[in-house]
Each structure stands twice: as C-alpha cells, then as structure tokens.
Design a protein around this ligand. Structure first.
Ligand code: RB5
Length: 147
C-alpha cells in the first residue's frame, strides 16, 4: 500500500456540499490537511467556479490530490479535465477508483453525490489515497492523453 497524497484539496457545488462536509471531517480525523475550495453552503453555485481553481492548484502542485463533488460528478470532472496536466476520474465505486490511480494516474477524483452514499465515498477515497500508479505500459498511455 502506498500513500503519498498528504495535502488534499476538496471542492463541490451545492449538490455536493453535504457530502463534502462529511468527507472533510473524515479526512481530518485521519490526520490529513484538507484545503476546502467551497461551496461553503447549500446555496446554488456553478460547478466550474469551484472546479477550475482547484484544478489549477493541483497543476501548480499546491496540493497533492484533489476531490471534486457535484450531483453527477460529471460537471466538475469535465471542468477539471480542461486543465493540461489534470487527470480527473469520475469514480462511483472503489474498483473504478483503484484503476483510476493504478492505470490512469488520476490526480483528481470526481464523486457523484446524488448517486453514492457516504460509506461508498469513504471507500472510494481510501482506495484512491492508498493506491499507486503502476507506470510501465500505463505511463506510455498516460503520456498520450494530452494533445
Ligand atoms: C446541479 O443541479 C447539478 O447539475 C450538478 O451538481 C452536476 O450534477 C452537474 O454536472
């Protein structure tokens, strides 16, 4: 088991706010430092306004790893993946999360708050944090993602 992702960033829109709050408490209880990029209430916000600053901070190495949350996970995922160097993976169970790290070297996971519960979210996050990129043939493929 590897665990090199110590300084975490998290963000959500209104649909992910409640799950984000639970996840922050969970991660802090495990000793992680977590930077919260909002939203800071359940009032409606536009997911790109949260996803873009977080993704930019991952690109410039302010944080080791990011967690983005919206209703489906798709909106934050799409916005984050516009940033060169971001590999954001939509994850709805721990097996998807495992391969997102091992094969795709994901540096952000996007969670669908309206389609997973807190227990599943914790499983996904723990799996992502304790999985490692396999490199090798996967490195060659990851290198071809940017165009
Ligand atoms: C908000 O209603 C919803 O559209 C948003 O959370 C997300 O699912 C978009 O992709």
């Amino acid at each position: 088991m590897v665990e090199k992702k110590k300084i975490l960033a998290i963000g959500s829109d209104h649909a992910g706010y409640e799950l984000k709050t639970l996840i922050i408490h969970f991660l802090e209880s495990l000793g992680y430092k977590v930077q919260d990029y909002g939203a800071f209430s359940s009032l409606s916000v536009d997911y790109p306004d949260v996803a873009h600053p977080l993704a930019a901070a991952i690109v410039n190495h302010t944080h080791d790893f990011g967690i983005l949350i919206c209703g489906t996970g798709n909106g934050v995922n799409m916005a984050a993946n516009k940033h060169k160097g971001i590999r954001s993976a939509l994850c709805w169970n721990k097996d998807i999360a495992k391969f997102a790290i091992e094969h795709n070297n994901a540096n952000i996971i996007a969670l669908p708050a309206r389609f997973i519960d807190f227990i599943t979210a914790k499983e996904i996050i723990e799996t992502a944090l304790f999985s490692g990129f396999e490199a090798g043939r996967h490195q060659l493929r990851v290198d071809k993602i940017n165009c």
